[in-house]
Write a protein that binds this ligand. Sequence first.
Ligand code: HEM
Length: 224
Amino acid sequence: MSVAAVRPFFRTTIGKKYLMGFTGLVWAGFVLSHMAGNLLILVGADAYNKYGHAIVTSGILIPAEIVLVLSFMTHVTLAILLTLENRKARGSRYAVSARGEKAASLASRTMAVQGSLILVFVILHISTFKYGTYYEVVVDGVRMRDLHRLVLEVFQQPGYVAWYAVCLILLGFHLSHGVGSVLQSFGWKNDHYAPWIRRISLVYGLVVAAGFLSQPLYAFFMAG
Ligand code: HEM
């Protein structure tokens, strides 16, 4: 199928929702693996640094960064377009969603605000860690970046821990709602699957938020 053939589909609201959902899932997958890999901080400095070094030297970083940046830009652009479309349509065709799911509708109404804060978080986060102080360490005879030292140093500061706690809880909400609505956009939210989709998205959001949160909390209270 050519690009020209699928273009009209992505101009429709449902097409935009699909693409937004898909690019969100790319990030959801990245965030889960980033969180899981980072849990190595609980194992020790060498394990954490060796993991970081393996990723940097594996050759996967540049392609992964390209996919992540493209996905992020697509996701944010479509989020803005869909919010504007939604605003225009509100009051005419689409009223508030039925069924009175208050929590879900609060989450969905604040998705744009959550997303904007997450964008700020990601930019600051990359500048703190990726472009932060470059300490070095030698592990098993290999010279590598001492990210463990940087992470512990950053999370000795209560302000950073508090900022991360707020953003990670928000991220948990955003991901949980996002994963749920992606599966809904893909048409899987029928009576049979709906309770499972709710459970999976809730557990997913909780696991990501709690897994990430454990790292600043560990660094602040247990290490250093
Ligand atoms: C406690 C929570 C987190 C910790 C301790 C952490 C730690 C780190 C560290 C140490 C790096 C630098 C890796 C390197 O340069 O080799 C990094 C990069 C990055 N992190 Fe996190 N992270 C956390 C949460 C998050 C979250 C919630 C997101 C996204 C929503 C995120 C997205 C990224 C991205 C996009 C990069 C840059 C990847 C690259 O291009 O190398 N991180 N993180």
